[in-house]
Design a protein around this ligand. Structure first.
Ligand code: SAM
Length: 259
């Protein structure tokens, strides 16, 4: 097992070379994953593995795939989406425009779900979706918007027909009426600054990799990014302790409102 100091040096090089900052992530978890990849290619230290990453873009892709877990699906946890839809329908009545942000959007199922929800609510085109993730490869696939049937388990037939085209190999392509509201952006939630005045933020199943301190800072930044009355929708196992102190009023499990 290599020591933490060598890993920190490796992390520093990765920050410079791949523009990815690993500080804020649970160290032991990151190290385990990197050590696995390093040994897979027969290296006993991080330098050899760094050289490989330098030379081979496909190994960079593997590196990102391995350290960020991208599992997701459309309308993940459907009952919560019903609640979310109610909050958003109220907001749409009150405003003429707004942005809903999928923070950690993975392969696009979450931001496209938001877009489908907005379409179903007949929201004007001025209601947009911001979709951000750290992993450049996953963002490319998100932009294409092509999915295996299993990603659509929570979507019923009539909605599938309205928003997807079934193509070759039984895959589903999201239609332009879903894509047009969504803007994809590469972003590191731990180090980048955030846009303001968000109508809602979804950050689900992302912070599980983060250290407590990084999580607290992130929730404070989300609070600052939300407009008054804006909604924060978190993952099924996530809870914000002391949320009121950062201006987030708990409304029901997994939903907070900016005071
Ligand atoms: C498990 S997926 C969650 C997808 C979706 N939100 C959901 O709940 O179905 C986690 C995503 O968070 C992204 N992620 C991890 N760390 C991140 C960071 N620091 N900044 C932005 N995205 C990050 C990963 O690349 C991955 O795509």
């Amino acid at each position: 097992m290599l020591d933490d100091a060598s890993f920190m040096k490796f992390a520093n090089e990765i920050r410079k070379k791949l523009n990815f900052d690993m500080s804020g992530y649970k160290l032991a978890r990151m190290k385990r994953r990197v050590d696995f990849l390093m040994r897979k290619y027969g290296f006993d230290d991080y330098n050899g593995y760094l050289n490989l990453l330098d030379k081979d873009p496909s190994r960079q892709k593997e590196f990102f795939d391995r350290i960020t877990i991208n599992v997701t699906e459309f309308f993940r946890n459907p009952k919560k989406w019903e609640k979310f839809k109610l909050y958003i329908s109220e907001e749409i009545k009150k405003s003429s425009k707004g942005t809903i942000w999928s923070a950690g959007c993975a392969s696009g199922e979450e931001p496209y779900s938001i877009s489908i929800m907005l379409e179903e609510l007949k929201a004007p085109a001025s209601f947009k979706v911001l979709a951000a993730d750290l992993d450049p490869n996953i963002l490319e696939s998100a932009k294409m918007g092509v999915y295996e049937e299993k990603a659509l388990v929570n979507i019923e037939g009539p909605i599938r027909k309205k928003y997807f085209e079934k193509g070759e190999g039984g895959k589903y392509q999201v239609l332009p009426n879903v894509k047009r509201r969504v803007n994809f952006k590469r972003m590191n939630l731990l180090s980048d600054s955030f846009e303001r005045n968000m109508m809602a933020i979804l950050c689900r199943n992302v912070v599980i990799y983060f250290e407590m301190d990084a999580k607290e800072k992130l929730y404070k930044k989300f609070s600052d990014s939300l407009k008054e009355g804006g909604i924060l929708f978190v993952g099924g196992t996530e809870r914000i302790f002391g949320s009121r102190k950062i201006g987030l009023e708990p409304i029901e499990p997994f939903f907070y409102r900016k005071a």
